[in-house]
Design a protein around this ligand. Sequence first.
Ligand SMILES: Nc1nc2c(c(=O)[nH]1)N[C@@H](CN(C=O)c1ccc(C(=O)N[C@@H](CCC(=O)O)C(=O)O)cc1)CN2
Length: 297
Amino acid sequence: MSEATRIDGKAFAAKLRERVGALAEAFAETAGRKPGLAVVLVGEDAASQVYVGAKGKATVAANMESFEHRLPADTDEGTLLALVAQLNADEAVDGILVQLPLPGHLNEQAVIGAIDPGKDVDGFHVINAGRLSVGQTGFVPCTPLGCMMLLADRLGDLSGLEAVVIGRSNIVGKPMAQLLLDANATVTIAHSRTKDLPGVVRRADIVVAAVGRPEMVKADWLKPGATVIDVGINRLPPEPGSDKGRLVGDVAFAEASETAAAITPVPGGVGPMTIAVLLRNTLVAAYEHAGLDTPEI
Ligand SMILES: Nc1nc2c(c(=O)[nH]1)N[C@@H](CN(C=O)c1ccc(C(=O)N[C@@H](CCC(=O)O)C(=O)O)cc1)CN2
């Protein structure tokens, strides 16, 4: 079997950001203001600092206003909720994102639940999760929506295809399964208690791995010709003589490439789509807040 096609999420995301940027410019001409995204970071988690920095830069590059709020790790819940309330009321802010994970003393559900669902561009609020589950329009979490864009680009119509999502988080696994179902795939959600996980995954035309376990999915778990979307971003321990470990996904990329027809790499696959879709959702929020018809993005 020939080597799998690498699904280039980085290039796809760059095109999406460019399109969003052009539409944001047009929005500003009509609405008299730029779309605005507020990002809240609590604490000093190293990876979160990188992601928040990247979001701010991407927001500005896409002709939007970026509002960054960095709070100390010992911020109490009342202070954070007060900031969320202030952002909810701010007309310059179309989208609000609280970077996860939050420090352990803060209740993530309470904080996410305090965001105005109409500004919840992460799509994590229970109202938006509920809307997705009953097929109503709302904000859809960025990573799963980005995965769907890559799948649609690669496979077109997903009707009747067998899809296995490994992982059942509220942020990726569950919305991903819902989106695949909405696209008429036959969907299985597999998880840590699934019996014969390799056997279940081997049935799939589409595999979405979102478990956070480095290189767990092996080549012999895959049906030949499968399309593999790797959501995992895991840093391995550093090699001797190096200060930083290699980034790998949840799929053993090199060996899986021998069996799959197409696969997303890590880095450069799903990760960049998360930020591009966040900008897309913020633009949609801005159109809605301005009472304008939202263009197809
Ligand atoms: N409020 C949110 N918190 C978190 C989310 C989210 O969508 N909303 N997702 C992740 C982190 N994340 C964005 O916040 C994110 C992760 C990874 C990437 C990315 O582009 N990764 C690169 C590799 C980057 C590196 O070198 O470390 C890639 O895969 O190519 C972007 C965004 C958890 N928190």
